[in-house]
Ligand binder design. Structure first.
Ligand code: SF4
Ligand code: SF4
Length: 143
């Protein structure tokens, strides 16, 4: 009987509490620090070159197998990154790619709004992943 009474008062008390959710998309919230949104590829701030060298460590630790890396050989015969694809339709935002990157070349942004009319739009290429730096601010509504 006691749990019933306890649950009754607990439920009754909720009538006077502030809602714990927001009315999407009308209300604005600032998402918590450390939230994991779309991963982005970082640039070296001095050279403005992409940091990623295409080593593939992130691809190996990605549990959803959503990273594809294509490398090429430059004029000096050195393997360099050619293209980097990330399929957001499969990404679980676990953060493994960030955690295991030895070059600190990839990080999670705060971009969470992912609705797209076309499934192919979820497959981001290198340049699009660099552009995600626009979403490093903790504004839920940035799009
Ligand atoms: S993001 Fe990091 S781990 Fe992934 S390929 Fe580039 S350098 Fe390697
Ligand atoms: S956040 Fe996780 S699932 Fe998404 S690309 Fe990185 S390792 Fe893969």
């Amino acid at each position: 009987m006691r749990p019933v009474i306890r649950d009754f008062f607990s439920g009754f008390g909720n009538l006077f509490r502030k809602p714990r959710t927001v009315v999407y998309p009308k209300e604005k919230i600032i998402i918590p620090e450390g939230s994991r949104g779309i991963p982005r590829l970082k640039l070296d701030l001095d050279s403005l070159e992409i940091i990623c060298n295409g080593c593939g460590d992130c691809r190996k630790v990605c549990p959803e197998n959503c990273i594809e890396i294509i490398k090429t050989v430059d004029e000096n015969g050195i393997e360099v990154l050619d293209e980097f694809y990330l399929d957001l339709s499969r990404c679980s935002f676990c953060g493994n790619c960030v955690e295991f990157c030895n070059l600190d070349a990839i990080e999670m942004t705060y971009r969470h709004q992912l609705a797209e009319p076309d499934k192919n739009s979820f497959r981001l290429e290198k340049l699009e992943l660099i552009k995600q730096s626009d979403y490093s601010l903790r504004d839920f509504w940035t799009k």
